[in-house]
Design a protein around this ligand. Structure first.
Ligand code: UDX
Ligand code: UDX
Length: 432
């Protein structure tokens, strides 16, 4: 059992802290947001993540998991302090905003009164490990020693707990190999490959991994456009490609492009880092452009069917950036809804868990209580997020309540032939 403090109880920090507690460690999750900590201490979760609530409750009840806003309390017995605060885009140039990492590093420095290892989980530009070390050094009031280790997180929202407890690999980077090996000890029971390298390389592994995955998505979306034009089916193309071991089958789903808190900002941050060093990230620029075009193309399909969108009623099934999360950051739904509204359409929407978050971002939608309610009076229905509950709808019932039976399936969850036989005008993504 080791004693761990995790700073930042967002999607990454809360899952990481809880999983470390589940592995038998003593964990204190710390956040500057008092409301969030009060919620957690009252037994409620600030986010929706499958399987997390039970795990938090069990470890909280066992006394292995605590929540606080106090660095003094959180760091009191800690051997490791993980930084898992958010690192959003800083604005127009796409660089990462390190304000929160810097603020966490300052607080850690001020409260450093015994030797410990600072582990950075947040996705941060190359060089941030050194920056954290210099901030902690500047703020330190004692002669306590510390090392900084980069340990990027690869968990996906919606399957975060499983990803955290069954990682494909653990990446550790540090100037101090012994510190990295000590952190490796926290992961030994997970029996996965552990890569120990230098700080800059570990930080780059995270960006390169996310950029590669984003590239695969934009690649298959480009192929989808060509498939549509030439009469091929991108779903089957992806299956056929995926059997090639050199290619593999994951992350080849054509759709509305990638969203979420990581891919969009990480691709842009990597481009920014490259540009500032005089490199020309041409491919990453194309990846980003294809991604935003994908949303426009989906709206084009609706317009092609309905003509002018002014006064038309369009329904959105799903709002979250992917299923099994309430996260709306960079969700395709936000771009699509805003494009439809800008052209004068009325937009109805439903999402199983993201509607509360969506109301804040998209106040001008009509929020409905289920998929059938969305379809009522609609001239077109768009599948935006592939939640399971949309896959088995009674499509006769959907058709009966729609004004025009038009479906634009942004996630290819329906069989076009079946829907066309039922009388729908169906357009998938990358399927003729
Ligand atoms: C994570 C990563 O840390 C980020 O680098 C990665 O690229 C995306 O995933 P995430 O967990 O999604 O971020 O962020 P969020 O859900 O916004 O949670 C961050 C938490 O840190 C918030 O609860 C916020 O209150 C807290 N925080 C922020 C602090 O505790 N201290 C601060 O100084 C700033
Ligand atoms: C991602 C990375 O996968 C994870 O390793 C990292 O730690 C954080 O960023 P996440 O954003 O939670 O995780 O979700 P992910 O499942 O990767 O999906 C990201 C976006 O890509 C979603 O909008 C999803 O709809 C889209 N996507 C994914 C596709 O369009 N096609 C695919 O084949 C896969």
């Amino acid at each position: 059992m080791r004693s761990i403090c995790v700073v930042g109880t967002g999607y990454v920090g809360l899952v990481t802290g809880t999983c470390f507690a589940e592995l038998g460690n003593q964990v204190t999750c710390l956040d500057v947001d008092e409301a969030k900590i009060a919620l957690l201490n009252s037994g409620k979760l600030p986010i929706y993540e499958p399987g997390l609530a039970d795990l938090v409750q069990r470890n909280f009840n066992m006394g292995r998991l605590r929540f606080t806003t106090s660095y003094a309390e959180g760091m009191a017995a800690a051997e490791f302090v993980f930084i898992a605060v958010n690192t959003p885009s800083s604005g127009d140039n796409g660089g990462a905003d390190l304000r929160f990492v810097e603020s966490a590093a300052k607080s850690i420095g001020r409260h450093l009164d015994h030797d410990l290892i600072i582990v950075n989980k947040s996705t941060v530009p190359i060089g941030t490990g050194d920056l954290v070390a210099s901030i902690v050094l500047a703020e330190r009031k004692t002669d306590a020693r510390f090392s900084v280790v980069s340990n990027p997180e690869f968990l996906r929202e919606g399957s975060a707990v499983a990803d955290c407890l069954n990682p494909d690999r653990v990446v550790l980077g540090s100037t101090n190999r012994t510190a990295a090996e000590t952190v490796a000890g926290l992961y030994l029971s997970l029996r996965c490959p552990i890569i120990i390298t230098d700080l800059a390389t570990a930080e780059m592994i995270k960006y390169a991994s996310n950029a590669m995955l984003a590239t695969r998505i934009s690649f298959i979306n480009e192929i989808a456009e060509v498939c549509e034009a030439l009469g091929a089916d991108v779903k089957q193309v992806a299956i056929g490609m995926g059997y090639d071991k050199r290619i593999g089958s994951s992350f080849l789903e054509a759709g509305l492009g990638y969203g979420g808190s990581c891919f969009p900002k990480d691709v842009k941050a990597l481009m920014h880092m490259a540009s500032t060093q005089g490199c020309h990230p041409q491919m990453l620029q194309a990846v980003t452009d294809i991604n935003s075009d994908q949303r426009k193309r989906a709206v084009d399909k609706v317009r092609n069917q309905l003509g002018r969108l002014e006064g038309k009623h369009v329904g959105l099934l799903g709002l979250a950036f992917k299923p099994n999360t309430d996260d709306m950051r960079e969700a395709a739904a936000v771009d699509i809804a805003n494009m439809l509204l800008a052209e004068g359409a009325h937009v109805r929407a439903y999402d199983p868990v993201a509607m509360e978050v969506a109301r804040g971002l998209l106040p001008n939608l009509t929020y409905c209580h289920d998929a059938y309610d969305v379809a009522r009076g609609c001239d077109a229905l768009m599948i935006v997020t592939e939640w399971n509950e949309f896959k088995q709808l009674d499509m006769e019932r959907v058709k009966a309540v729609m004004r025009q039976p038009v479906i634009v399936d942004g996630r290819n969850i329906y069989d076009g032939t079946t829907l066309r036989e039922m009388g729908f005008t169906y357009q998938g993504t990358g399927r003729s």
